[in-house]
Design a protein around this ligand. Structure first.
Ligand SMILES: C[S@@+](CC[C@H](N)C(=O)[O-])C[C@H]1O[C@@H](n2cnc3c(N)ncnc32)[C@H](O)[C@@H]1O
Length: 293
């Protein structure tokens, strides 16, 4: 795969291989081979405006060093910035959480989750990562006051401080992230994306049924109206000459919204882990929709 891409793109950078530092709903690790196969052979800048755990970015970083990375989740983006700017202080704080959690997991989890202390950005990132690694299913869910309210997960020995991966991420973010920020996807794309930029769009998935409705990455859900707006942006960026790849659930509404790109659409089979019912976690279809061939 790598030599094939080297031929196509000309350059393959020496970028440390790292993996997402959070478990994230809709994380794309499983779809990487398909996404890499479908990415355009040549492009100018890379945009990932629904960044989440950034599984795709960490692969694209070998092919491109001009990435615009963003998400609406403030805690998530703060953690990325702290990894880029203060990795060693973060590692020290995570080691402390690891020690305290190991002494008494349940007590420490709820104490950290429910703290009312004002935290600086490094402490906030350390808390965010610790909760993500130890909460139920790596979920991020906040109540109407914006307070994280996920219960503790069932882990034997969760790795809270993955020092090696954090140091690699620090290098990759410094080398490749031209922009890293909290911003609505519409704003960054309308303001910044131009001809020959490659945009990977991975919005909160459209529910397959009413009971499969997981859209609370922040306290704003992503509704059908949002999906329709996204389809309008997709068409606007197509007019500009941007290269777009979108993943979304394989539902009738989504297929209808992108019907003019049906000849450039593939179906991929993925396991969804964000479902409380274990038996419902397997075998969902996702669409990979492109505007280029
Ligand atoms: C399906 S997840 C992305 C998963 C990611 N591709 C990965 O590999 O982990 C969707 C992301 O979109 C973000 N999001 C939701 N609404 C948004 C908006 N209006 N603008 C930007 N990001 C948004 C969520 O915070 C979430 O991180």
């Amino acid at each position: 795969m790598k030599s094939e891409k080297r031929e196509k793109c000309g350059i393959l950078y020496q970028t440390p291989g790292c993996h997402p530092f959070v478990k994230w709903a809709g994380g794309k690790s499983q779809l990487i081979p398909q996404i890499i196969r479908l990415m355009p052979p040549k492009f100018a800048r890379y945009f990932e405006p629904f960044l989440g755990g950034g599984a795709v970015f960490f692969h694209i970083a070998s092919y491109n060093r001009n990435a615009f990375l963003s998400d609406i989740n403030m805690d998530l983006i703060n953690a990325y910035k702290v990894i880029r700017n203060h990795a060693e202080e973060l590692i020290t704080a995570l080691k402390y959480h690891q020690t305290e959690y190991n002494k008494s997991p349940k007590r420490y989890y709820y104490q950290l989750r429910d703290t009312t202390e004002v935290l600086n950005k490094i402490e906030n990132a350390a808390r965010f990562i610790t909760l993500n690694k130890t909460c139920y299913n790596g979920l991020y869910r906040v109540n109407k006051y914006g307070l994280f309210n996920v219960p503790i997960g069932r882990y034997k020995n969760p790795l809270i401080c993955d020092t090696i991966n954090l140091r690699k991420m620090n290098i990759v973010l410094r080398q490749c992230a031209s922009y890293l920020g909290v911003i609505d996807y519409k704003k960054i794309l309308i303001e910044k994306a131009v001809k020959d930029d490659f945009v990977y769009l991975d919005p909160p998935f459209h529910p397959i049924s009413n009971t499969a409705n997981f859209t609370s990455y922040t306290n704003n859900g992503f509704t059908l109206k949002d999906q329709k707006e996204l389809a309008i942006i997709f068409k606007e960026l197509t007019r500009r000459g941007c290269k777009l790849l979108l993943s979304n659930s394989n539902t009738e509404e989504i297929r209808r919204l992108y019907s003019e790109f049906s000849h450039l659409t593939e179906v991929a089979l993925v396991n969804r882990s964000i479902n409380a019912v274990g038996s419902k976690r397997v075998g969902h279809n996702e669409l990979l929709i492109r505007n280029y061939s």
